[in-house]
Design a protein around this ligand. Structure first.
Ligand code: FES
Ligand code: FES
Length: 401
């Protein structure tokens, strides 16, 4: 028997163990920490993943004696952990588990990704999670859940944890880790591939519980039949070209788009980087786009949802597009987020968008109005005020006639 001392879930634990006892058996049988699950018992499935010295390890192939002096954290240690709370909510919301057998190991690995990779895209998460197998749920919900936590933290400008949550370098649980204190970790070891400009990306951006602070309705008409307009709305890249100030990152899919939206409000220029999920229902010619983004310079964040429906008009020769916009704006730009201003600005934006859409539907490859200059809300607000003033002057002059 060997004597070992561990810092186990924040408490010092001393025990004597057989040299052949693996860490998973020690935790489950010796300490009743049954949140650590055993699946394959030879290092393949990841169900037994726990954190040793802050690093996810397979406890089924780690000898307990090799961890003498190590920090060991099982899933039970993370009840109140901020990131784990977010991950648990996200797993629930995205239906990322059924039987839950793989879930403790999934959560430990997921937390590691969240703290060390603030901009992991779907592919990077899939690669990082490839050592955790789920036998009943599948991976779509799991990846979405992890992605949503990464995005939400990014949107809130929460930085990755310095040193990726690891206090020392060296083989996990070896007891030798303290020999090399971490001062800095090369960026290429901390991060996955980063897309060129965007800090916040992904489909899992949807927060089903989100309620917009403000909402309003808009509508416009285009002189083309509904099926033609509907087909155009399905071509995301073409639709984005019609939107003043919008630009995309890479090729959008039918379900997801990532990119930027430039807005200028008086002296403040903002470029919101973000992502949106797209839902469409062919039967009712309706759809929904839900997105979120942030502007690092003004430290402003936004969430928005656009619901639209296409209606036949003029005996099927034209289409009325009804739009409902809901949004929440926070940070420096929130002072311009009052419903009146946003609605007026959105009206101008919609007008521009409708003209560009009409031009494109008519076969033009150019927009009716330049769309790459960004949306200058400042000048729009001024022009709105001028128009309101003109209307007021007209009423006064009528009064004196
Ligand atoms: S039980 Fe440890 S990797 Fe499968
Ligand atoms: S939820 Fe059942 S194995 Fe993953």
């Amino acid at each position: 028997m060997n004597q070992i001392t561990l810092n186990l879930n924040g408490k010092s634990v001393q025990s004597s163990v057989e040299p052949r006892t693996n860490l998973a058996d020690f935790l489950r049988d010796g300490r009743d920490l049954t949140g650590t699950h055993l699946g394959c018992e030879h290092g393949v499935c990841g169900a037994c993943t726990i954190a040793v010295d802050g690093v996810p390890v397979r406890s089924c192939i780690t000898f307990a004696t090799a961890c003498d002096g190590a920090d060991v954290a099982t899933i039970e240690a993370f009840d109140d952990d901020e990131i784990m709370v977010e991950l648990r909510h996200a797993f629930k919301r995205e239906h990322a588990l059924q039987c839950g057998y793989c879930t403790p190991g999934m959560l430990i690995s997921a937390r590691d990704i969240v703290i060390r990779s603030p901009d992991a895209n779907e592919k990077a998460i899939r690669i990082a999670m490839s050592g955790n197998l789920c036998r009943c749920t599948g991976y779509v919900g799991i990846i979405r859940a992890i992605r949503s936590v990464i995005i939400n933290r990014s949107v809130k400008n929460i930085s990755p944890i310095s040193g990726a949550g690891r206090s020392a370098l060296g083989p996990a649980g070896s007891g030798h880790a303290v020999l090399e204190q971490v001062t800095s970790i090369p960026r290429d070891r901390l991060r996955f591939e980063r897309s060129p400009k965007v800090a916040v990306l992904s489909s899992a951006i949807i927060d089903r519980d989100w309620v917009p602070q403000m909402s309003f309705d808009q509508s416009f008409k285009v002189g083309h039949p509904r099926p033609q307009v509907w087909a155009m709305f399905g071509r995301v890249a073409e639709v984005a070209v019609c939107l003043p100030g919008a630009s995309l990152n890479g090729d959008p899919t039918a379900e997801r788009v990532e990119g930027q939206m430039r807005v200028k409000v008086g002296p403040i220029s903002a470029e919101f980087s973000g992502a949106a999920e797209i839902e469409r229902d062919d039967g009712s010619y309706s759809g929904r786009i839900i997105g979120a983004g942030n502007d690092a310079r003004s430290k402003s964040t936004t969430r928005g949802a656009v619901t639209y429906r296409l209606l036949d008009a003029d005996d099927g020769r034209s289409t009325v597009v009804q739009v409902t916009v809901g949004y929440t704006l926070s940070g420096m730009l929130a002072q311009f987020g009052r419903a009146g201003i946003v609605k007026d600005v959105a009206g101008r934006l919609t007008e521009s968008f409708a003209k560009n859409l009409e031009a494109r539907l008519s076969g033009s490859t150019q927009n009716a109005e330049a769309s790459d200059a960004g949306l200058d809300a400042g000048s729009l607000v001024v022009s709105i005020l001028v128009e309101k003033l003109k209307t007021a002057l007209k009423s006064i002059s009528r009064f004196f006639k």
